[in-house]
Design a protein. Structure first.
Length: 210
């Protein structure tokens, strides 16, 4: 099988009480596992695509054979988005470095204003989707996408090759409903206390070199 479900870098209950253990277990073992399985089913129909990374597939989504393009967009997006999501959460949140904060201040005014925009975008996303912090043409940007659409496929990216997601919050109901029910705003506000700033910052640094 070309794609595999990555292991969670912590236990199911590690992010309690912000994200409850049951949500984490179903989210990783059922939802993410299903995206991986369905992505593999799609790729099995086109062996010429084997060996490509999920990022490569998404960046070049319009060159994917039409009969599997929607499956790659949805399940490849689901695989890429969740793989990032697990890595940018941690029970030991910490703080972003001065260099990163100064870049955030330059673009958004303050870290609180950036968080506020990401929360607002997440609240404004009707139905399922994600709220993102991306690097777009070398600059930090925030926006939301529907369903499992990855910023890597963004056709409006100034670089032309999509944006690079460095932080993303899953706003599908499966990400919060067991604990928060209809209170998406509460989930979005609490979520910041489990952000792995070290990883977000590493993603930011890597995005500069691409
Ligand atoms: Mn999800």
């Amino acid at each position: 099988m070309p794609f595999e479900l990555p292991k969670l870098p912590y236990s199911f209950n590690a992010l309690e009480p912000v994200v409850d253990a049951k949500t984490m277990e179903i989210h990783h073992d059922k939802h993410h596992a299903a995206y991986v399985a369905k992505l593999n089913d799609a790729i099995a129909k086109h062996p010429e695509l084997r060996g490509k990374s999920v990022e490569e597939l998404l960046k070049d989504i319009n060159s994917i054979p039409e009969d599997i393009r929607t499956a790659v967009k949805n399940h490849g997006g689901g695989h890429a988005n969740h793989s990032l999501f697990w890595e940018i959460m941690t029970p030991k949140s910490g703080n972003p470095s001065e260099a990163f904060v100064s870049e955030i201040n330059k673009m958004f005014g303050s870290i609180d204003k950036m968080k506020e925009s990401i929360v607002l975008n997440g609240m404004g996303q009707f139905g399922s989707g994600w709220s993102w912090l991306v690097v777009s043409g070398g600059k930090l940007k925030v926006y939301a996408t529907a369903n499992q659409d990855s910023p890597l496929m963004n056709p409006a990216s100034p670089a032309g090759g999509g944006d690079i997601p460095i932080l993303g919050i899953d706003v599908w109901e499966h990400a919060y409903y067991l604990k928060y029910q209809n209170k998406r705003d509460e989930y979005l506000k609490n979520w910041w206390s489990v952000v792995n700033w070290e990883t977000v910052e590493r993603n930011w640094a890597n995005a500069q070199n691409r």
